[in-house]
Design a protein around this ligand. Structure first.
Ligand code: HAM
Length: 422
């Protein structure tokens, strides 16, 4: 029997993880600069949290959750997205009484039962930035700026920020009414799912991927025409900030995003290249002024977004953007014979403490095969320990480029290597 990773899930090896680490480092630096604190919520949450938070009629909740009942009878779900868990923690951990805004960032794995394809996995990773407690449009602009900065720092070019406002509880009902009345007149042209959505959640029809539904959606009444004064002004202010920051945005009147909690601003960032479009949206986010209250907290405006790490890595790899090779060993420690092998094992620890990067091949006995390996690793020096050297308390230093060798005290060799390679 051959065991394999579950469908849509991958082993991450060094070649990927190096990018992950680089991305995490850039996120951390950005978070420190903008004053965001790290938070990690559990991978499992109660299923109801997503049903209520993400929305019962969203694709994520209806089709994509990995849910199960525990032995104790709790109904749990592997988190398909981060925001409901962050809001749960914000309420549960007493953050509602902290000075506003409370700024949090997170990075970790998420799980969605999707059809695997380019840039779409069943286990993926993303990082998110969330700012809770402030209504001001400058927050929306800063959240967008942070994601844009991170992508830029990691070498992304040709980025496009798509933006829309989907109104709030005051104006959205009017928009919904206009939308439904238009969609009813086109009902025959919609897919089966969208016919159902027309009853349950008509806004979702705007992000249906079926070509025929997109045709209908593209001729629908734009939400921007239905915004109330407050939402209109908020959006106008966000755009002014983006212009001031010289961020390349474009309005997409049909962008609604696939989650139910959004109010006012919604945005997505993607790379405007063939490869970028294949991978799909890198960053998605928006304002969610009603979510904290809906999940049992006080009325708290909030705004945030999340960025898919695998999609970033898939685009970074061909450009090999910003990630150097693993720092290789600087010297090679060779040994000939049983006693030297024992001593070399001990010496290796001294070299590690002296912070010298050393390669070894304790499984090899012949000196020539060890030196061949040292050559391949392109180290500058090899330290060679033979029977005679051990008995005399000495070691040979071989300069690899010239083949020149000298025998010195072990302690002196360590000092000399430290000077030469660190
Ligand atoms: P989302 O757009 O559902 O938003 O996901 C965020 C990002 O995760 C996407 O833009 C994409 O890069 C990545 N992603 C999503 N699904 C997959 C997948 N199956 N495979 C690989 N990558 C994927 C959210 O999750 C919201 N919580 C964002 C947010 C935070 N809004 C406000 N605050």
């Amino acid at each position: 029997m051959k065991f394999q990773t579950p469908t849509g899930m991958r082993d991450l090896l060094e070649g990927d993880l190096r990018y992950f680490q680089k991305i995490e480092k850039v996120c951390r630096d950005m978070a420190d600069f903008y004053g965001f604190q790290r938070i990690e919520t559990p991978i499992l949450e109660t299923t109801q949290l997503f049903e209520k938070g993400t929305g019962l009629t969203t694709d994520i909740v209806q089709r994509q959750m990995f849910s199960f009942r525990t032995r104790g009878g709790d109904q749990l779900t592997l988190k398909p997205e981060g925001t409901p868990g962050i809001v749960r923690a914000y309420i549960q951990q007493g953050m509602q009484s902290l000075p506003k805004p409370v700024k949090l960032w997170h990075l970790g794995p998420f799980f969605r039962y999707e059809r695997p394809q380019a840039g779409r996995y069943r286990q993926f990773h993303s990082f998110g930035f969330e700012s809770l407690g402030v209504t001001a449009p400058v927050v929306d602009a800063q959240i967008i700026q942070i994601f844009y900065n991170i992508l830029k720092t990691l070498g992304f070019r040709n980025l496009i920020i798509e933006l829309n406002s989907i109104g709030d509880h005051q104006c959205r009902p009017y928009f919904k009414k206009a939308l439904v009345s238009y969609l009813r007149s086109r009902r025959a042209s919609l897919c089966i799912d969208c016919k159902r959505r027309l009853r349950e959640n008509p806004l979702r029809i705007l992000d249906c991927k079926q070509e025929k539904c997109q045709r209908v959606a593209r001729a629908s009444p734009p939400v921007l025409d239905h915004l109330c004064k407050e939402c209109h002004n908020h959006f106008k202010n966000v755009l002014e900030f983006l212009e001031e920051l010289e961020l390349p945005y474009s309005l997409n009147p049909y962008l609604v995003r696939g989650l139910d909690y959004y109010t006012k601003t919604v945005f997505e960032i993607f790379e405007d290249t063939k490869e970028g479009r294949e991978q799909g949206t890198l960053v998605g986010g928006g304002r969610y002024d009603g979510l904290v209250k809906m999940l049992g907290g006080k009325e708290t405006p909030a705004c945030g977004g999340a960025c898919g790490i695998e999609r970033m890595v898939n685009l970074m790899k061909p450009k090999s953007a910003g990630v150097g090779k693993v720092a290789g060993a600087e010297i090679f420690l060779a040994q000939i014979g049983q006693l030297p092998k024992r001593k070399a094992l001990k010496l290796l620890e001294e070299l590690r403490k002296a912070k010298i990067k050393v390669a070894t091949a304790f499984e090899k006995d012949s000196l020539s095969s060890q030196l061949r390996l040292a050559d391949r690793l392109k180290v500058s020096y090899s330290l060679i320990l033979g029977q005679k050297e051990v008995l005399d308390g000495k070691i040979i230093i071989r300069e690899m480029a010239t083949g020149r060798q000298k025998t010195v005290d072990v302690k002196r060799a360590i000092r000399e290597m430290k000077k030469k390679v660190t």
